[in-house]
Ligand binder design. Structure first.
Ligand code: ZN
Ligand code: ZN
Length: 301
């Protein structure tokens, strides 16, 4: 007998939730990186898989190694490949440690990698692109942590002015009247690692079109473990899905011990029928591939 070949690289999870893609890798304690290419953002960076490099922004939820390890590599590879300087958005308590880490790399490598760190307070916003903002919110974990909501602001003509001639609108504006109102649409919410609490009942979290939520523990006997590690259990997640208005809920951060087949079964029995077609497991590659192939067929018809 000859020795076996090395284990294969993990497969990246992928969901097309029109108009966005949610892709990445997320197993509790091992690696979490969840990218939305359309919004130029990665939630956490994991070990920085190749696909993550294309996002200009990394929204870091907290400093645990499985979420943050690839940060220096992310900055370095973007520089090496001639891309814009990468930016990490993080909890204020992580700003100095990230500078220290990057200083240490200057000593290790004898070269300086350009990077940007922007700390963000809960309920502060950071502009990702025109009219699209990343908003942080407080979460509850074993270390300082944040969740994020990406909101779009659209300016709309005030309803009572709809139908007025352009000339009249210009006049009103010149008179100093407010002719538009701003509508806010929460596009994506990302919880990071967190225990349950009122922070998950925020209207921007519950109102997000796509909700990406950690669900570390699924089995009945694991509720205690979830609360000790300040993580969510499937029971809490199901309650949240019920209150959420999301068109799609993506579960991430499953424990390595929970086989994906078991996870599928647990979901099948815990999620009420009326909610089922909205709930996805990021790492359920078999189901997600079948769904994508169907989407592809539907689109080409
Ligand atoms: Zn984690
Ligand atoms: Zn953690």
């Amino acid at each position: 007998m000859i020795p076996s070949p090395p284990v294969r690289a993990p497969q990246i999870g992928f969901l097309y939730l029109p108009p966005i893609r949610v892709q990445g890798y997320s197993i509790a304690g091992e690696e979490t990186v969840v990218q939305v290419p359309e919004l130029d953002v990665c939630f956490d960076i994991g070990r920085c898989p190749r696909m993550a490099l294309t996002s200009r922004f990394v929204a870091l939820s907290h400093g645990h190694m499985d979420h943050a390890a690839g940060l220096a590599y992310y900055f370095s590879q973007r520089y090496f490949q001639g891309m814009d300087v990468g930016t990490v958005i993080c909890h204020p308590k992580l700003e100095q440690p990230i500078h220290s880490m990057m200083r240490a790399w200057v000593e290790i490598e004898s070269q300086r990698t350009p990077y940007q760190v922007r700390s963000i307070e809960p309920d502060q916003e950071f502009e990702l692109k025109n009219n699209i903002y990343l908003r942080a919110f407080d979460t509850v974990h074993t270390v300082p942590s944040l969740g994020y909501v990406i909101v779009e602001r659209r300016s709309k003509l005030r309803p009572e002015l709809v139908g007025l001639p352009q000339q009249r609108l210009v006049e009103l504006k010149d008179e100093g009247q407010q002719i538009t109102t701003t509508q806010e649409i929460p596009l994506v919410a990302y919880t990071g690692d967190t225990a349950t609490g009122p922070h998950l009942d925020r209207s921007d979290v519950l109102g997000a079109k796509v909700l990406i939520i950690e669900c570390t523990f699924m089995e009945d006997g694991h509720r205690g473990r979830a609360s000790v590690g300040k993580h969510l259990h499937l029971d809490e997640v199901v309650e949240l899905i019920d209150r959420s208005e999301a068109e799609a809920v993506v579960l991430i951060h499953l424990s390595r011990r929970t086989h994906i087949g078991i996870a599928r079964e647990q979901l099948e029995s815990a999620v009420p029928e009326r909610l089922k077609d909205r709930v996805f497991l990021l790492m359920d590659n078999r189901s997600n591939r079948a769904r994508y192939e169907q989407q592809d067929r539907d689109a080409s018809e």
